[in-house]
Ligand binder design. Sequence first.
Ligand code: RB5
Length: 153
Amino acid sequence: MDMNVIIGSDHGGFDLKEEIRRFLSEKGEHIVKDIGTFNHDPVDYPIIAHEVAKNISEERFNRGILVCGSGIGMSIVANRQRNVRAALCHNLYTVRLSREHNDANILVLGGRVLGLGLALEMVDLFLTTDFEGGRHQRRLEEIDNITNAPETD
Ligand code: RB5
């Protein structure tokens, strides 16, 4: 399925983000919007993560990919936006489950953690794996229902 994909990184994820953009543009299957960063100069990850997550939350893009040094900062920030399910993944197994069980809409990668070949396979799997629905759909609905429920005690 063709998708609109928004990608972004800080300086720690810049090299991998560039490789991901090249990889996706060579495949030519998806529309890819790169919001930067565009060089190695230090840039604060919350700015980039917020922009990608906001675009996913507002349904301007189907999927997002965020890369920082470890992936941790980007995933913390991205998951603050409503309807964002950002998954920090380290291998193909977690990528597959992030889609099948969690319907993750943002893949977060650590540019200083992953080898290039694995990271590109992870991107491909993230963009081609369907959500299983069923019991997992109920659990996704519980995320909002439980976390937004008024406190009682
Ligand atoms: C930047 O040095 C680094 O802290 C950032 O890329 C990321 O790993 C934060 O979680």
